[in-house]
Design a protein around this ligand. Structure first.
Ligand code: 2RA
Length: 350
């Protein structure tokens, strides 16, 4: 008997991608149950070509469920993850509720798959999409050259802020489309784009050096997630990480400019060879022919795309590179589904 899967939060931007992904997976899951807020209960969504009715989030909704993928706000995961786990459900949580909990593994199947079994709370956390957009490449290079420091700037898509982010950006772009002047006078966008939605400043024709909430020392929650999650996933508690997270007017796909320092010297050719052979990575690095990853080439694909690989001009142990990853796929739904499938194999191995 194939394990029963529940998708909690099936109606959100990530949940929608989760259902698409599940529809491409054969012989992994038996029943797939869709759970969402009472507001969405009764909706019918298509999974594996069949219409499935969404049921309201409740304790009974987890009866008979073996694995549950959660994509809900932190506070909902914090409340309902333990309730599901107490019923014997293995919870794969995409929220930030448990990511830094020492009793909850933070898993990227290409980097630390063995951590899936280390789940004393019955909960496994999925990293933040910004971390996930670069960590598969960093994990591959770390294994060979010993990572010691990361300095990154992210260029994050609007869909990282959910459907509200997408709707806000598209609404603002419609407002500025056709204007021959907007974006050329101080503050003219703020006066004309209307609703800022989940962003603290206009996003269309702009960049916003902010994502998440304010933390100590002027750091954003997003920047501290990149730092703390990279350390946990790579098992490097003293890894030096400095992140600057920026929102850009892209619908979906995060990008990061990465400066990486290693213990050992790393030539560009060596880095390319490691990345070319690494699972889950596409090398796209031929600037002479205009080939480097851009969000629009990467959106809708599963891998991490890597390009612009250069040796630092100051130290042979340092390289620069540019990575893109679809923040709704590998950044959220795909990685969560890959973790859930690792758990599903435990059931089929029984
Ligand atoms: C964002 N990484 O982009 C955060 C959450 N998805 O807003």
């Amino acid at each position: 008997k194939l394990p029963t899967l529940a998708v909690v939060g099936a109606t959100g931007a990530v949940g929608t991608v989760m259902l698409d992904l599940l529809s491409t997976r054969e012989n992994v899951w038996g029943e797939i149950r869709l759970i969402a807020s009472a507001r969405s209960a009764g909706k019918r969504l298509t999974v594996r070509g069949e219409q499935v009715e969404v049921v309201a989030l409740s304790e009974d909704a987890f009866d008979g469920v073996d694995v549950a993928m959660f994509d809900v706000p932190d506070e909902v995961s914090a409340e309902w993850g333990p309730i599901a786990a107490a019923k014997g459900v293995v919870v794969v949580d995409n929220s930030g509720a448990f990511r830094m909990d020492p009793e909850v593994p933070l898993v990227v199947p290409e980097v630390n798959p063995g951590q899936v079994r280390n789940r004393p709370k019955g909960i496994i956390s999925n990293p933040n999409c910004t971390t996930l957009s670069m960590i598969v490449a960093m994990g591959a290079l770390h294994a060979e050259f010993g990572l010691t420091s990361l300095i990154v700037a992210s260029y994050q898509a609007a869909s990282g802020a959910g459907q509200a982010g997408i709707d806000t950006l598209r609404g603002q772009l419609a407002k500025v489309a056709g204007s021959p002047t907007l974006g050329s006078q101080p503050g003219d966008l703020r006066r004309s784009v209307g609703d800022l939605g989940p962003f603290p400043a206009p996003l269309a024709l702009n960049v916003v050096p902010w994502a998440g909430s304010l933390k100590d020392g002027g750091w954003s929650s997003e920047e501290l997630k990149v730092r703390n999650e990279s350390r946990k996933i790579l098992g490097l508690p003293n890894l030096k990480v400095s992140a600057t997270c920026v929102r850009v007017p892209v619908i979906t796909t995060h990008s990061l400019a990465v400066h990486a320092v290693f213990e050992r010297e790393i030539a560009v050719a060596q880095a390319r060879e490691v990345l070319r052979d690494a699972p889950g990575i596409v090398l796209c690095d031929d600037p002479a022919n205009g080939e480097f990853p851009t969000p629009n080439d990467v959106v809708g694909t599963d891998p991490t795309w890597v390009g612009r690989i250069r040796s630092s001009l100051d130290d042979p142990r340092e390289i620069e590179l540019f990575v893109c990853g679809d923040n709704l796929r590998k950044g959220a739904a795909l990685n969560t589904a890959q973790i859930a499938e690792l758990v599903a194999r435990e059931f089929s191995a029984r």
